[in-house]
Design a protein around this ligand. Sequence first.
Ligand SMILES: [Zn+2]
Length: 274
Amino acid sequence: MLIYFLCVLAIIGFSVFYLFFYRGWLRDLRLREPFPEHWQDLLRKQLPVYRSLPPQPRHQLEQHVQLFLAEKSFYGCDGFEVDDTVRLTIAGHACLLIIARSFSDFDDITSILVYPDAYRVREIESDGLVVSESEQIRAGEASSRGQVVLAWAECEQGAVNPNGHHNVILHEFAHQLDYLDGTADGAPPLGGEQARHWQKTMTLAYEHLRRSLSHHHKPWLDPYGATEPAEFFAVLTEAFFQQPDHLKAEQPEVFEALRGFYRLDPITFDESPP
Ligand SMILES: [Zn+2]
């Protein structure tokens, strides 16, 4: 009887440990390993902002990258070979988004699929009466099922143009952060006053962008952001990290809302309270 009782206790203890503490314990263990020097070299080359990061954010980024590479699976598609350059480029940019946030923001992401170049996708849509089929060419996509798909040629373009308009890695991982509250609606999880400020600021800015385009004005922000609020957030995230001075000068309220969510100022990389 005592053995039976001890066995049940051991099973309960193990289950509690596995459910609530195992992931944290494993992460602590992984973070005790040193960050390899050749990973630092690759980040210097593939993520230019890494070179100018202050010590604390740099350390935080390295820790996130270490966990990202240990926990996420990479798959090459169409014969593409995933090497350390590919892994570090993607992990570095993705983790830049959560440098002042928790790595648990990426808990639901399981795999990264990498195509050599922009890839074709067959899209089937139905309005209940008519089923239509079309072919799209994509540079990347994010899914709520934990997959991120990227075209390597586009990732490289973003990496060599750190102050450009486009960065597909930042874009797709911003979508993943948008999914954190269960819906891709352009409003990542925020609470209280921060959520109200976000809603008001982003609605105004989104409408402003759509109005500018309808009057054929050329906005400095990527017009793709006007397609829907989820794309607006992803495009703004690209601008926030790649052209922060410009975004701050053009739309200080939007910059402030993003600074609150990302908990940092991408101009100085000083951590800011939300
Ligand atoms: Zn998008």
